[in-house]
Ligand binder design. Structure first.
Ligand code: ADP
Length: 186
């Protein structure tokens, strides 16, 4: 199964993607995690993107698309995967369509986690992961970037009739139950 989990920062994408990955035995590909680990390990990619992540801005599309395309060549993704944090702009979504096309594959589900904006800031501040982009100022920027650049991705997938809307308010288990029902009915 090929799944995209989508939603604003703080919506719980990473948490639910981990649960989905275990339940359906598919790898979890998080672009944010790739970048954070590159920064931690001080690789050349890490050095390139550190200031961008710190500011809560987006890594350029060509860079992200190239990285995802390369990563997806690994055999471990051949039976499916869950994408978290990608595609994050309309050009990324178009590039991902082309990647799928080239392989003759299709997307099985686009899960949109819906959480009211007031709750997002509280959640990010209270999860206390110590991420350098988790200060109130930077969260505001990430939400603005989400509204301007990422929210339009939703329309891209609505046009493909692929969007499953999931209420992202509730306990982790409750939300995961709804996601499983949605995926199992596919
Ligand atoms: P969140 O959704 O909570 O902000 P992520 O881990 O998905 O967290 O992303 C963290 C940061 O990594 C983003 O703010 C951005 O700088 C960078 N990033 C992750 N994925 C992408 C992407 N697809 N395109 C551009 N930048 C990205």
């Amino acid at each position: 199964m090929r799944i995209i989990i989508f939603g604003p920062p703080g919506a719980g994408k990473g948490t639910q993607a981990n649960l989905i990955s275990e339940e359906y035995d598919i790898p979890h590909l998080s672009t944010g995690e790739i970048f954070r680990s590159a920064i931690k390990n001080e690789t050349s990619l890490g050095k390139e993107v550190k200031a961008i992540l710190d500011a809560g801005d987006l890594v350029p599309d060509e860079k992200v698309v190239g990285l995802v395309e390369e990563e997806l060549k690994d055999d471990k993704y051949s039976d499916g995967y869950i994408l978290d944090g990608f595609p994050r702009t309309v050009p990324q979504a178009e590039a991902y369509d082309a990647i799928l096309d080239k392989k003759g594959k299709t997307l099985d589900a686009f899960l949109q986690l819906v959480v009211p904006e007031e709750e997002l800031i509280d959640r990010i501040l209270s999860r206390g992961e110590g991420r350098s982009d988790d200060s109130p100022e930077k969260i505001k920027n990430r939400l603005a970037v989400y509204r301007e650049e990422t929210a339009p991705v939703l329309n891209h997938y609505k046009k493909q009739d692929a969007v499953e809307t999931i209420d992202g308010v509730g306990s982790i288990e409750e939300i995961f139950e709804i996601i499983k029902e949605t995926l199992n009915s596919k």
